[in-house]
Design a protein around this ligand. Structure first.
Ligand code: ATP
Length: 217
């Protein structure tokens, strides 16, 4: 199926396509043109065609895309046909919020374990997720076959915790700390710096005001 490497920007758009196709399928729509899809997901149709071309010819000229087959295809590509358990490290304010959120919009991703050093919360269940002591991390990640971790510890310990995660064989880290962590190239990191995002938004609003400007990356 997907043999060649796909660009990062394309990979980031796949969940957007997937979510919208899901919506269409639930609404009973059977096909969609690339222009309609472009309007709905706010990605221009040339980009959509290019993105889809990495996966072979998924649409037919003059017909558009068959919603259900495209959905099935993305489901498989995004591993949404199986449940992915992820762990969360650092159950502070942000960690709590994410545990509570627990990706309810998706049936296929869930936080199944959390870890912390704070004895007040280890051994408890928060938002239906057990919180383990860091000393149990290796064992739990192995038993639960968890390869992806959400990092919400303080920046001061982010690298040290990352090193422990690398040692136990974690493959992906969603890094909510402002620290740019260092990992070997076998581990993938996605950074989500909320403060930075908000400051960028404020900067653009102050700088460009009401001017028509493409503020998206
Ligand atoms: P947030 O930054 O999410 O608002 P907070 O301000 O409540 O959180 P922080 O000091 O940032 O708290 O810590 C986040 C969580 O990380 C806390 O629950 C803390 O006990 C935990 N933590 C701190 N050090 C470690 C560590 N080395 N390993 C695992 N968890 C840790």
């Amino acid at each position: 199926m997907v043999t060649s490497k796909i660009p990062h920007a394309t990979a980031k758009r796949l969940p957007i396509y997937y979510r919208y196709l899901h919506f269409l399928s639930d609404a009973g729509k059977q096909r969609i043109s690339s222009t309609e899809l472009a309007d709905a997901v706010k990605v221009d149709s040339a980009t959509i065609r290019r993105d889809f071309s990495y996966f072979g010819a998924l649409g037919k000229r003059g017909y558009g895309y068959d919603v259900d087959s495209l959905l099935a295809f993305f489901k498989k590509t995004l591993n949404q046909d199986q449940l992915t358990n992820v762990a969360l490290i650092g159950v502070g304010n942000l960690g709590h919020a994410l545990l509570n959120y627990n990706f309810h919009q998706s049936n296929n991703v869930r936080i199944s374990a959390a870890f912390d050093i704070n004895q007040d919360i280890t051994g408890t269940i928060q938002s239906s997720v057990p919180v383990y002591d860091m000393a149990d991390m290796k064992e739990q990640l192995t038993v639960q076959q968890i390869e992806i971790v959400i990092l919400t510890v303080p920046s001061s310990v982010a690298q040290q915790v990352t090193n422990e995660l690398v040692e136990v064989g974690i493959k992906g880290i969603l890094n909510f700390t402002p620290l740019r962590i260092t990992v070997p190239n076998t581990v993938r990191v996605q950074n989500v710096d909320l403060t930075n995002e908000l400051q960028t938004l404020i900067y653009f609003l102050n700088k460009f005001g009401d001017e028509e400007e493409n503020l998206l990356d």
